[in-house]
Design a protein around this ligand. Structure first.
Ligand code: NAP
Length: 282
């Protein structure tokens, strides 16, 4: 196969859930050829059509019980936060110390570990929606008990879905605000740009075409030239020019403070939701 698959410590994985996140994960692993499709075992709660679709699209192995998890070296939990406890209870008898990775928003390492009585190390991730097109950003935190090789293997697997950043767990709320909600924030800014463009005489379609490429092109330029956003902004802003005129208005309206407040609000809401969720489960 393989794009470095020979270097990956994980050879056989068990995925719980067959929804959007499970599919993104499976797509990343199979399209990038880092795992043999038939070595990816997928179990779903009730919708057989989802596992059948994943099998048809990606060649994964459909399971109807949790028992095959015993033969795997990584378990991925891709269910809604409220379903995590049930999913972990079902898989626990088949855990033998292989890491359990969760994508459930707000579900803490402690909570994951408690549900399986500490019998495997756990991994908490916060992916964002662009993982579905393998251009996502994923924040990851590890419990104790994973070897360096196991941790690197997980970063490698998640890296097939886009960027991966390891963070201390207490930064998860901030990561949720930045990259989890980020696509919503960027889209909101684009929505405002699109509306403004229409006011300037563009059709929405024409405006969107120019806007999308502007975003993709800006991100690509930043990456390829190795510039910070501030550096690129300065490069394209001549004193008295058009960008200068626009940025001056954004400064007058204090865009920086608005963005800071928005991220703080999202992080605070994430913390609040995590607490509500933990309390609900006690
Ligand atoms: N979508 C996103 O953008 C996003 C971003 C970041 C994080 N996440 C996290 O990703 C997780 C999954 O989200 P999603 O969008 O993929 O949800 P989803 O499309 O609703 O998929 C959830 C899947 O879990 C299955 N399931 C539930 N309980 C189960 C159990 N006990 N055993 C086996 N399968 C079970 C469901 O099966 P049935 O359909 O048969 O009931 C469904 O296929 C969530 O915790 C969410 O917080 C999602």
């Amino acid at each position: 196969m393989q794009n470095g698959a020979e270097n990956c410590v994980y050879k056989e994985i068990f995925v719980i859930g067959a929804g959007a996140m499970a599919e993104a994960f499976i797509r990343g692993m199979t399209e990038r050829k880092v795992l043999n499709p038939e070595k990816i075992h997928v179990v779903n709660r009730s919708r057989a059509e989802r596992t059948e679709l994943l099998s048809a699209l990606y060649g994964v192995t459909i399971e109807t019980s949790f028992e095959p998890a015993a033969e795997t070296d990584l378990v991925v939990v891709a269910v809604k936060p409220a379903d995590v406890a049930t999913a972990l209870a079902a898989v626990q008898p088949f855990l033998h110390g292989q890491p359990v990775l969760s994508v459930a928003a707000g579900v803490t390492l402690n909570y994951l570990s408690e549900q399986i009585s500490g019998c495997s190390p756990v991994v908490r991730t916060m992916p964002n929606i662009p993982v579905a097109v393998l251009a996502g950003s994923t924040a990851v935190s590890f419990s104790d008990g994973l070897s360096e090789e196991q941790r690197q293997g997980i970063v490698f697997l998640l890296g097939q879905l886009g960027e991966v950043v390891e963070i201390p767990e207490d930064m998860m709320g901030a990561a949720t605000a930045l990259s989890g909600s980020g696509p919503g924030f960027v889209s909101y800014f684009l929505e405002a740009m699109e509306n403004a463009a229409v006011s300037l005489g563009f059709s929405p379609e024409m405006a969107r075409k120019l806007l999308l490429q502007t975003v993709v092109g800006t991100a690509k330029t930043l990456g390829e030239w190795g510039l910070s956003p501030a550096e690129l902004r300065q490069r394209v802003t001549s004193p008295g020019g058009t960008t200068h005129a626009g940025v001056s208005v954004m400064n007058e309206k204090d865009l920086g403070s608005t963005v800071l407040e928005a991220l703080r609000a999202a992080a605070a809401r994430s913390a609040e939701m995590g607490q509500q969720y933990a309390a609900m489960k006690k």
